[in-house]
Structures are given as structure tokens and as C-alpha cells.
Write a protein that binds this ligand. Structure first.
Ligand code: GAL
Length: 383
């Protein structure tokens, strides 16, 4: 009985902890997609933090500034992780990332780091296997808010086990830290030991890569798992990195929004075109992502597999749909009311194109929309 009560209170605590740190999909920026290993350094991160303010990212809801691989170089004799003093001169005296963490916090932002659940990171830097407690204590001391935990160079323990070890270490370090893990632990287990799980392979800055990640979301019916405290991570965004057209970036960003994937920017936010800035700070699309309702799911696919419709609920009796056109030619896509959750025949609905910020008017039973080649249209329905 006592054991049962204890177990129940621990899992309630874990649930409350998860909800506390990721009650909606986390929003922020990560260094990897644009700066990779070589380009990451303190000056860049400071300029990114400044850009969060003057480019309106903080006001749009982005808060985490996350360093990916290559910030760390070694461990002390006591096993404490050491930041690379060449890349992060501010860490030289104190052997800590306090300086950058404070730099983010005083601007009202949050700060995140990367580690690996194996012996070494993917770039060969020291991993956290066997050092979970020490690392979690160090992260808490440096006031970090987010930990991306990769899965290269693994030990012979399963990643679900080692992720659990880090999860428990973070809990006992006592600071709320988002725990972001990779796909080699199943979703079923990942949701008990983390706040978000990568659904698959690394994103690339091209349309095929975006579609490949959407395919995994569909194949594994991942919408079933997302809830406050745990989100499907389709990987960091590529919007603004130059490999896709703006139409493709709309499809990419729109899909991440309706799937309630974390919105972690991956571009050089210091220098953006106004088109890119407008898309990533789009209040109506971000509001869909942050809405406390279930993630959208696939409800229709054309015979040739080139068009798809995803729908989901939204707060205030609204519904959302993504009309996805995978193909290279414009597509006329029809959405019928029976594809929307809980909408009965003959209901009159107001339809709005969220991305274009345009009311399309009142419709009954269906709506047809032309969707540009390799893009998506995000529609919001209200009574
Ligand atoms: C990969 C990971 C990337 C990036 C990289 C760093 O495994 O998926 O997002 O973190 O490692 O080495």
C-alpha cells in the first residue's frame, strides 16, 4: 500500500514536472542546422540572443536559445564537463557557461545545451553516459532550461534506460529542464522520461526531407501521443536556410504548427529576409501550434498520394486543417465537413486562410481550395 502510494506520487510528480516545463510545444532556436560544429561560438550566440529581441522572435513566443554539439571539450579529473574555452572565452575563468546563460536570462530568454546519452556525442565530444548525475547538477548550476540528449556512440544499455537515468538525474537536480530525446527510444517509453522525442532522421533543407518526416508522423500515428508535457519533435526548422522556396517553407512551418511539433528555429536569425521573419513570427500559425488542443491527424489522401488533408480541433469550438500538396503542380483540394472532428452535415462554418490572414467566407458541407505546388494551406474553421 505504502509502495503503491509512493509510486503514484512519484508519477504524479513526474507528470506535473513535464507539464510545468513543456505545457505547450517548446519554441526557440538551435545552432546546428545553420552553424553546425565549426560555426558555433559565444559571439554568434550573443548575436542570436540580440536578434531574438530586435527581430521580434521573443515577442512572437520563442524563448529557448540552445547550443547544439561542439560546445563541450573535455571533463575535469572529477568528471565535470568543460566548455571549449576557445569557442566560449567567457567560460575560461569559471569553466562554466554561466556567462551565456545569464546573457540569455537577463533578456527574458531561456538557455539550452546539447549532450549525448552515449560515451561520446555525434561529433566525438564527451557524452553523458555514466555522468548523468554530475551533468544534471552542472546544468542546474549553470541555470539551463533545456537539454537535447542525442543517441550516438551508445553503451550497451538501451537508450530508453539511459534516457531514464538522465530524466531522474534532472529531476533530482531540482531545476525544471526540458528533456529532448532521439528516436531510438520508443514513443511509449520516451513520453515517460522526456518532454519531446525526435521522430526520425535529421532534417535537411529540402522538401523531400520535410515529406519524409511527415511520413513517419503518419506511419506511426504519432498524433496519438502528443499532450501537454510531451511532443513529437519533427526536428528543428529549416525555414530561412535557403534550400526551399517560400511556398515549401509555408508547408514545412504549417505542418509543424498543426502537428504541435516544437518550433525550434534552425536558421541564422541575425540575418533574415522579411518574408522569412514574417513566416516564423506569424501570430496566427504560432497560436495554432500553442493552442491547447490535440494535434492534427491525416484524414484524407488522394489516389496518387500527392495531396493530403490533416485536421484537428482548436479551442473555442474551432477546427484546423492543413491541405498539403506534395506534388509539383497546383492542386484543387476539397475538404468535406465529415473530415473535420465533430462537425455535422449542413453546419455553416466561417473559413479563414490563417497564413494569408484572409477570411474566405461562409461555407456549408465542403470547401475547395487551390494549393500551390509543394506547399500547404492552413485553414481555420469557426462556427
Ligand atoms: C545528430 C542530431 C543533429 C545534431 C548532430 C550533432 O545526431 O540529429 O540534430 O544534433 O547530431 O552532432
Amino acid at each position: 500500500m505504502l509502495f503503491f502510494a509512493l509510486a503514484l506520487s512519484i508519477s504524479l510528480f513526474q507528470l506535473a514536472y513535464g507539464v510545468q516545463v513543456a505545457s505547450t510545444p517548446p519554441m526557440g532556436w538551435n545552432s546546428w542546422n545553420y552553424f553546425s560544429c565549426e560555426g558555433l561560438n559565444e559571439q554568434v550566440v550573443k548575436e542570436v540572443i540580440e536578434a531574438f529581441i530586435h527581430e521580434g522572435l521573443r515577442d512572437a513566443g520563442y524563448s529557448y536559445v540552445n547550443l547544439d554539439d561542439c560546445w563541450q571539450i573535455n571533463r575535469t579529473a572529477d568528471g565535470i564537463i568543460i566548455p571549449d574555452p576557445k569557442k566560449f572565452p567567457g567560460s575560461r575563468k569559471t569553466q562554466s557557461l554561466d556567462y551565456l546563460s545569464l546573457y540569455a536570462h537577463v533578456k527574458g530568454l531561456k538557455f539550452g545545451l546539447y549532450t549525448d546519452t552515449g560515451y561520446r556525442t555525434c561529433q566525438g565530444r564527451p557524452g553523458s553516459f555514466g555522468y548523468e548525475r554530475k551533468d544534471a547538477e552542472t546544468y542546474a548550476k549553470w541555470n539551463i532550461d533545456y537539454l537535447k540528449n542525442d543517441d550516438c556512440n551508445l553503451s550497451n544499455q538501451t537508450t530508453c534506460e539511459t534516457y531514464k537515468t538522465m530524466h531522474e538525474a534532472l529531476l533530482s537536480a531540482g531545476r525544471p529542464i526540458v528533456h529532448s530525446v532521439k528516436a531510438s527510444c520508443t514513443t511509449e517509453t520516451a513520453r515517460t522520461v522526456s518532454n519531446m522525442r525526435r521522430v526520425g532522421q535529421d532534417i535537411r533543407d529540402n522538401w523531400e526531407s520535410v515529406l519524409g518526416l511527415i511520413d513517419i508522423y503518419n506511419r506511426d500515428e504519432l498524433w496519438r501521443y502528443s499532450r501537454p508535457g510531451f511532443w513529437n519533435d519533427l526536428d528543428m526548422l529549416e525555414v530561412g536556410n535557403g534550400g526551399m522556396t517560400m511556398d515549401q517553407y509555408v508547408g514545412h512551418f504549417g505542418a509543424w504548427c498543426v502537428f504541435k511539433a516544437p518550433l525550434i528555429l534552425g536558421n541564422d536569425v541575425r540575418y533574415m529576409t522579411s518574408e522569412v521573419r514574417n513566416l516564423i513570427t506569424h501570430d496566427e500559425l504560432i497560436a495554432i501550434n500553442q493552442d491547447r488542443s490535440d494535434a492534427a491527424r491525416l484524414v484524407w489522401r488522394s489516389e496518387n498520394g500527392m495531396q493530403e488533408i490533416y485536421t484537428g480541433p482548436l479551442s473555442n469550438e474551432r477546427r484546423v486543417a492543413l491541405l498539403l500538396n506534395r506534388g509539383n503542380t497546383s492542386a484543387d483540394i476539397q475538404l468535406n465537413w465529415n473530415m473535420l472532428p465533430d462537425i455535422v452535415k449542413d453546419t455553416v462554418l466561417n473559413v479563414r486562410d490563417a497564413n494569408l490572414r484572409t477570411n474566405l467566407g461562409k461555407y456549408v458541407n465542403f470547401i475547395r481550395q487551390v494549393v500551390n505546388p509543394t506547399s500547404g494551406k492552413i485553414l481555420v474553421f469557426s462556427l
